[in-house]
Each structure stands twice: as C-alpha cells, then as structure tokens.
Design a protein around this ligand. Structure first.
Ligand SMILES: *[C@@H]1O[C@H](CO)[C@@H](O)[C@H](O)[C@H]1NC(C)=O
Ligand SMILES: *[C@@H]1O[C@H](CO)[C@@H](O)[C@H](O)[C@H]1NC(C)=O
Ligand SMILES: *[C@@H]1O[C@H](CO)[C@@H](O)[C@H](O)[C@H]1NC(C)=O
Ligand SMILES: *[C@@H]1O[C@H](CO)[C@@H](O)[C@H](O)[C@H]1NC(C)=O
Ligand SMILES: *[C@@H]1O[C@H](CO)[C@@H](O)[C@H](O)[C@H]1NC(C)=O
Ligand SMILES: *[C@@H]1O[C@H](CO)[C@@H](O)[C@H](O)[C@H]1NC(C)=O
Length: 483
C-alpha cells in the first residue's frame, strides 16, 4: 500500500515537471470516490508572509482548457465555514447530494469550464492553520487582508501558469462580505502596483450568491416578509410586526433594541419557523444528531447526552453555519437542518487527509464551520463597496429564491437602494431539460456592469439545490451572453 502511494506521487511529480507553472508538490493524483482527477486536482497551503498562518486551498482545474479558462476563487461564508463545502456539495467535480453517502459525478461542476480554487478562510477554519490565536481575531477588514495575501500567493507562487487568466472572486452567504472586501483590496493593489510595471492580477469581476450585503435589509427582516408571502406567518402577526416594528439590522453586529412587544412578536415568528429549513424553506430538515449515525449499534439520537458528548460533533447547527442568524433572544435558535455527516467522515478520514497533504499543524478535527471563533463584523457590511467597483468590474448577484437565511427579498432591498439605472428589464430566463423549456429564474441588468439573477426554487446553496439553472446563469454571464 505504502509502495503504491509512493509510486503515484512519483508519477505525479513526473507529469507536473512537464507542466511548469503548477505546484507539483500539491497535486493529488487519486482520491477516494473521485475516480477521474486527470483534469488536475491540487491541495496545499498558502502561507501569509510575516505570520504563522497558512491557508489551505483546493484546486480543480478546468475539464475544458486549463490554460485559457478563467480562474474562479470561491469562499463559503459563516463567518467560520469551510470553502471545501462548495467543492464537496455545491459545484465540485464530484458532489455529495443531501441524503447521499457517497460522491457522484457532477454534470454541472463549475470546473467544466473554469479553474476552480477553494480557500478555507480565515486561518482557523477547516484545515487552514492558525498556530497563534492572537493572529486569528477577525474582522471583515483583517480577514480580507489575509484573503488578498492568499490569492496573490496562489497566483505568484503556486499557479504562475494561470496568473494572467481572467480572475473572478466568488462566494456565498457571509461571503457577501468577503467577496466585495477582497475585490476592494485587489483593486487597491492593482492601482498601486500597475504604475510600477510589476505583475497585477487580471481581475474581471465577482459573483455572489445569497450574500449578506446590507444588514438593514438582509436576513431576518427579509425572512419575515418572504415567510409571510410563503404561508408561514398569519395575517395578524404580519400586520402587527409590519405596522409597529422595524426589524432592520436585527442580525447586524450592533442590533437595535426592540420594544418588548416587538421582541415577543419576533419570538413568535421564530417559533413558527423553528423546524423549517431556513436554507431551503421547501427542503428537508436534517436533524442533529443525524438519523444515519450509529455508534455501537445504537442510533446516536438514542444514546445519552454524556455518550453523545464523548463522540465528535455529528451534525451542524445553523448557529454555526450562519452565525449571524444566532439572534440575541433564546427562542430564535433555528434548527440544524444541514446534511453534514458523510462530509464530516470524508474530510476527517486519515487517508483523505494524507492524500490532500493536510498539515499536522491543522486542527485535528475538521468541522464544517469553526467553533469558538472570534469574528467581529462591521455594521456597514459591503453595500458601500459596490459604487467603488461600479463600471470597472463585472458583478453578478444571484439569489436562490427559496432561501430564508439571506432571502431574495432583502437583496432586492439594497439593489433598489443603490438605484443604478435598469438597462435590461426584469424577465424570466430559461433552461431546457427533458421536459422542455423551464423558467430557471428571473434576471435584471443594471448600469455599471451589474446583473441580478434569481434561481427559482433554490435555497441558500443555489449551486447545490438547482445545479443546472445556477450553472446556466453563472456561465452565460461569464461568457457575456444573455442568461
Ligand atoms: C491541464 O489539463 C490537461 C487535460 O485535461 C491535463 O492533462 C493536465 O494535467 C492539466 N494540467 C495540469 C498542470 O494539471
Ligand atoms: C458508497 O460507496 C461504498 C464504496 O465506496 C459502497 O460500499 C456503498 O454501498 C455506497 N453507498 C451508497 C448508498 O451508494
Ligand atoms: C476577540 O478579539 C478581540 C480583538 O482582538 C478581543 O478584544 C476579544 O477579547 C476577543 N474575544 C475572545 C472571546 O477571545
Ligand atoms: C482605483 O483607481 C480607480 C481609477 O482611478 C478609482 O476609481 C478607484 O477608486 C481606485 N480604487 C481604490 C480601491 O481606491
Ligand atoms: C477512509 O477512506 C478509505 C479510502 O481512502 C476508505 O476505504 C475507508 O472506508 C474510509 N474510512 C471511513 C471511516 O470512512
Ligand atoms: C464601513 O466601516 C469600515 C470600518 O468598520 C470603514 O473602514 C469604512 O470606511 C466604512 N465605510 C463607509 C462607507 O462608511
């Protein structure tokens, strides 16, 4: 077995030696349940100069043309969640469906036509390395500084062959903060570096899915409204809150103090939706601990709390997945509906860790989202960054319209507040599947290179829940074609 591994590593080195500009030391030639990685799969580390931090990344080079296809950097949100979730469940070459035990070939993998990079950020998330906790006390600003350093290192030291390809920054959920913050820093870096004649990234734009952008509109204020219009809330409760309470900023770092009456009504709303999957209001809610897990022949649900504590965390609460929804009142804890267990098993498997070159300095246990994680967000989020980027970079905001975490309704709120001129009127766009033409979502194009697209019937993880429609939106947009 050991011999076989060595032989494979030797072979990979030989192949990569013929392709300068790619990191031979990071190439992963073989991985369990991923039968064909011949497109070029990589896993390694991006050190942050002057610190002990190292960012873990995965790369799935394009199945089409790795030399010329765009580079897309992907971030999952949290803050604190691993970007490997994007690779494992949403748009990787093989994907684990909710309820499945194994990875299966993903027809709509984004690496069909792009070089995909997944960075686990910030440094104490997933298998990234934070040796000194003093270096890992996060804000929206300092986490973005590290993301800039990591992306520059990736293109200047690891994948120099791709350093002049079109570059797009993308992400989901709390990455609605990460992505514009990183764009701003890349833009600043380009402004400062270009006059010196040194290399600068070929930055083209960004794509954000169901991303937090303005706490005034995003999350609870929007969920309450969309919840009413999706039959989750009574007329009476809707009218009470709508006429008497302002829910703006309730999930912000500094939330307003609601009146006792408004807080009671909000608690009522939260209790009504406790067992609705906030990430896909029509989707299943996977309980924690999971129905699948057995220890010593017993379902984990049936074992005592003490026994449970001795086992690893077997699921995920949405408090961890979208900590900004962890609201300040005890009744509002939303249920842990995310399907997680086989993914946890996979990334914690020693054979997989070895194949992915996971550092011995990384956390012993990989979790979907970091626990005990020190992160302080900014009250003003990222809407203010859009005007700075306007007209100089392309921007796509896509939004699964069945998401209660960062709902479409809130996104429309801040887009309307930006008030950029409508260039192409709101209209449906279509995909064709075995039943013929289907509405995939709605699209509107605004001034300044900004496109807004809904993904109809998709929740928070639109690329996972509606693979073909999201792929269609992303790649038509990337190719400059109408959706
Ligand atoms: C680029 O793609 C080709 C064709 O799929 C593949 O053989 C090659 O290994 C890839 N390059 C690298 C450096 O991974
Ligand atoms: C998952 O894959 C394993 C082998 O890798 C196989 O034994 C098992 O039956 C598969 N499970 C399902 C549900 O397909
Ligand atoms: C989090 O980081 C901030 C800023 O460094 C610090 O003031 C605070 O004490 C830290 N909180 C915890 C719980 O470590
Ligand atoms: C970069 O330069 C452009 C053009 O001069 C300017 O509009 C933009 O604000 C600058 N970006 C930053 C982040 O300062
Ligand atoms: C760990 O991965 C190996 C393949 O690399 C597989 O054979 C084994 O069953 C996995 N172990 C668990 C506990 O999933
Ligand atoms: C938003 O807040 C950050 C600090 O929290 C600050 O650096 C930035 O300038 C603010 N932006 C605006 C437009 O006020």
């Amino acid at each position: 077995m050991l011999k076989k591994v060595l032989a494979i590593v030797g072979f990979a080195a030989a192949v990569s030696a013929q392709t300068p500009g790619y990191p031979a030391e990071d190439r992963v030639p073989e991985l369990w349940q991923q039968p064909d990685l011949s497109f070029g799969f990589y896993s390694g580390y991006l050190p942050i100069a002057g610190t002990k931090k190292q960012y873990h990344y995965l790369a799935a080079l394009s199945r089409n043309n790795n030399a010329t296809d765009p580079v897309i950097i992907w971030f999952n949100g949290g803050p604190g969640c691993s970007s490997m979730l994007g690779w494992a469940q949403e748009h990787g070459p093989y994907a684990m469906e909710d309820g499945a035990q194994n990875f299966t070939f993903n027809d709509w993998s984004w690496n069909n036509n792009a070089n995909m990079f997944y960075i686990e950020s910030p440094a104490n998330v997933g298998y990234s390395v934070c040796e000194d906790l003093a270096e890992c006390q996060w804000t929206d600003a300092n986490s973005a500084d590290d993301n800039l350093a990591a992306v520059l290192y990736l293109l200047q030291n690891k994948f120099t062959a791709l350093q002049n390809n079109d570059l797009y920054i993308s992400g989901e959920s709390y990455a609605g903060i990460y992505v514009p913050q990183l764009m701003l820093r890349l833009d600043m870096y380009i402004n400062e570096t270009k006059p010196t004649g040194k290399w600068v990234p070929n930055l083209k734009g960004m794509m954000v899915g169901n991303g937090v952008t303005n706490w005034k509109y995003d999350c609870t204020p929007a969920y309450f409204h969309m919840g009413y219009y999706h039959g989750l809330v009574s007329d009476e409760l809707f009218n009470n809150i709508n006429q008497n309470c302002d829910l703006s900023y309730v999930d912000a770092p500094n939330p307003p103090v609601l009146t006792a009456q408004c807080q009671t009504w909000l608690n009522k709303f939260n209790s009504l939706v406790t067992l609705v999957n906030v990430y896909d209001i029509f989707g299943k809610c996977y309980k924690n601990p999971s129905i699948h897990r057995k220890i010593n022949g017993m379902k984990l649900q049936e074992v005592s709390d003490a026994a449970h504590e001795m086992s690893e965390v077997r699921g995920l609460t949405s408090d961890k997945y979208t900590p900004f929804l962890k609201s300040k009142n005890p009744l509002s804890v939303v249920p842990p509906c995310v399907y997680a267990e086989p993914i946890l098993d996979y990334f914690n498997n020693q054979t997989i860790k070895d194949a992915m070159h996971i550092s011995p300095k990384a956390a012993a246990k990989w979790d979907l989202c970091a626990d005990a994680f020190n992160y302080t967000g900014a009250q003003n989020a990222t809407q203010w960054i859009y005007p700075i980027l306007k007209g100089r970079y392309r921007m796509l905001k896509y939004s699964g319209d069945a998401d209660g975490a960062v709902p479409t309704f809130g996104t429309q709120g801040w887009i309307n507040e930006l008030n950029w001129e409508v260039k192409e009127q709101w209209r449906p766009y279509y995909i064709t599947n075995m039943y013929g033409q289907q509405v995939a979502g709605y699209v509107e194009v605004r001034d300044g290179g900004f496109t807004f697209a809904t993904v109809h019937g998709a929740g928070h993880m639109a690329p996972q829940f509606k693979r073909q429609p999201t792929y269609h939106a992303i790649f038509n947009w990337l190719n400059g074609q109408p959706l």
